[in-house]
Design a protein. Structure first.
Length: 122
């Protein structure tokens, strides 16, 4: 299996989660401690081990080999476009939330006068 890495590195636990080897990030610590994972031919037990382009992760018990590769130029352009769109949406949501918060402050709440609760028969 090949994994395209767009950043400088990725932590081992994130790599395992993104490739679907493990489903939950919370279970990674115990899972790595119980599995025999090799990082470039050496046994690895650190879940935050930085994995770089060209590294090979092997999980013999599941017969999985993950090779980390560099993206092509087209993949880089697509990734950058996705990141720009994500940033644009986040900025828009932040602006809408700020506007909503401002509107809520301007609206005065009508409250009932506080009176003692009266129970029947007393």
């Amino acid at each position: 299996m090949e994994f395209v890495l767009f950043e400088d590195y990725i932590p081992l636990q994130a790599l395992l989660k993104k490739t679907g080897v493990i489903q939950s990030g919370g279970a990674v610590k115990e899972w790595i401690a119980n599995e025999a994972i090799t990082y470039n031919g050496h046994v690895e037990t650190r879940r935050r081990k930085k994995v770089y382009i060209g590294d090979i992760i092997t999980i013999p018990s599941q017969d999985i080999t993950i090779t980390v590769i560099a993206p092509t130029e087209a993949e880089k352009q697509e990734y950058l476009a996705e990141q720009e769109e994500k940033a644009r949406i986040q900025a828009r949501v932040k602006a809408l939330n700020a506007a909503t918060k401002k509107q809520k402050k301007q609206v005065k709440k009508v409250t009932k006068p506080k009176t003692a609760v009266r129970f029947p028969g007393r």
